[in-house]
Design a protein around this ligand. Sequence first.
Ligand code: HEC
Ligand code: HEC
Length: 283
Amino acid sequence: MRGARGRPMRRRGPGNLAVLAVALVVVGLVYAVLVPGSATGADGPQSQQIEEGRRLFAVGCSSCHGLNAEGGTNGEGHAAGPSLIGVGAAAVDFQVGTGRMPAAQPGAQVPQKPPAYSEEEIAALAAYVASLAPGPAVPPSESYDVSKVTQEEIVRGGELFRTNCTACHNFAGRGGALPHGRYAPSLMDSSPRHMYQAMLTGPQQMPVFSDAVLLPEDKRAVIAYIVALQESEDPGGLPLGRLGPVSEGLWGWLAGIGLLVLVAVWIGAKVPRTGRGRSPRGE
Ligand code: HEC
Ligand code: HEC
């Protein structure tokens, strides 16, 4: 036995160790190149994004939420913005993505408006807030992709919507008033991503529907139902709050009666004239 296999370990040890070391370094480098976003790289793009987020936050958000997102007070000691520690990337993506944040001035409720930040800036702000403490992450796009849902899923989503959401959002998703000058907005312009995040983070008066309470597939069914509402034409042709056959029937009835009255008036106006037209012949 004189082949390499036969040699005692000690003699070939150093050579093999060197090969092993080189291999490890190569694997490490390849890994570092292929997995740039891994949270461990202190100088990786991930931490650059967090730095960028921190910078944007200091400029645009810290006046209300505090320099470290710990929550801020205004001059008179009133809370200007809540602490964002632990609200998670999803809350930031929702609040900034729907234009609610940065809030312009204090009021009963911060309204939606066109977003003030680009997609990348929102992602940076979200990464920064997420780096402070764990919280709900931005959901992956498959979780709110409703392009392939079945009709049964939409029906199930409708049931879930009626149980969980109509109390505030109206059963046609048109929104409604809440106490103290607040309101649940109409969902007719909401995007699937923001719907998912609204359920996940429960903005303001809205309860949090965590993934444990409303399973991700239930959330998708609800989203599919709302999207179907958005896409469907109003059955009655007029947005009457979708109160159903009663209100639409009422309108049909009123319009129909109106038409009948007009016809009656027209006939009434016409009859004497024809009468007069005939009278010379008749008398
Ligand atoms: C003028 C003050 C003000 C500014 C500026 C501001 N916010 Fe807010 N923010 C608020 C207030 C007030 C609330 C609570 C609003 C509510 O409950 O409707 C809030 C709520 C939030 C929430 C929701 C927290 C939760 O518990 O879900 C997030 C996330 C947030 N802000 C992020 C931001 C970010 C990011 C910026 C900067 C781009 C920003 N805000 C700028 C005042 C402000
Ligand atoms: C207790 C009342 C309440 C219930 C129940 C409720 N919501 Fe809301 N919802 C609100 C309020 C209030 C807001 C606005 C929060 C804000 O402006 O900060 C809101 C906001 C939203 C938004 C964001 C709309 C947009 O485009 O900006 C979506 C989407 C939404 N709700 C979906 C749902 C769904 C789906 C359910 C049921 C699973 C539900 N909500 C249950 C009160 C409620």
